[in-house]
Ligand binder design. Structure first.
Ligand code: TYD
Length: 135
């Protein structure tokens, strides 16, 4: 169970097949149109990724391969979520601090973002993030 507002685990429709499964993200699966796709791979097991929040953008994270953990923080509550299934993704709403760690060997984190890369959309300083929450 995830108690952070707007955070959701979304099951991606899949077509099971003895030849291999196929998962599809289309139409209304996500509450936004995808404008950017990027992925993290070859991540050392002791590495930390993320460490920021977005002012406007939403992101959907999928462990395409292997596993990793995401610590979500709305400024009051923190919750750790493990992603380890290619057909289940984590929807992260705007204004949510996230940190990614505990990447397994071979893990691939696919990110579907609601907008193109814009550094101005990032809050990378945790104190600034907390300030933005108290406004
Ligand atoms: P960073 O935000 O630190 O990655 P993560 O949050 O996944 O740990 O980004 C690392 C670098 O890559 C930083 O210099 C910004 C750049 N970058 C892009 O140019 N385009 C992108 O779409 C992303 C996600 C990052």
């Amino acid at each position: 169970m995830i108690d952070l507002k707007g955070v959701e685990i979304i099951e991606i429709p899949k077509i099971t097949d003895p030849r291999g499964n196929l998962a599809v993200i289309e139409k209304d699966c996500l509450p936004y149109a995808i404008k950017r796709v990027y992925y993290l791979y070859d991540v050392p097991s002791d590495a930390f990724r993320g460490g920021h929040a977005h002012k406007e953008q939403l992101e959907f994270l999928i462990a395409l391969s292997g596993s990793f953990e995401v610590v979500l923080d709305d400024g009051k509550t923190k919750q750790r979520v493990m992603l380890n299934k290619p057909n289940k993704g984590l929807l992260i709403p705007t204004g949510m601090w996230r940190e990614l760690d505990n990447f397994s060997s071979g893990a691939v984190c696919l990110v579907l973002a609601s907008d193109v890369y814009e550094e101005e959309d990032y809050i990378r300083d945790y104190n600034q993030f907390l300030l933005s929450k108290s406004r």
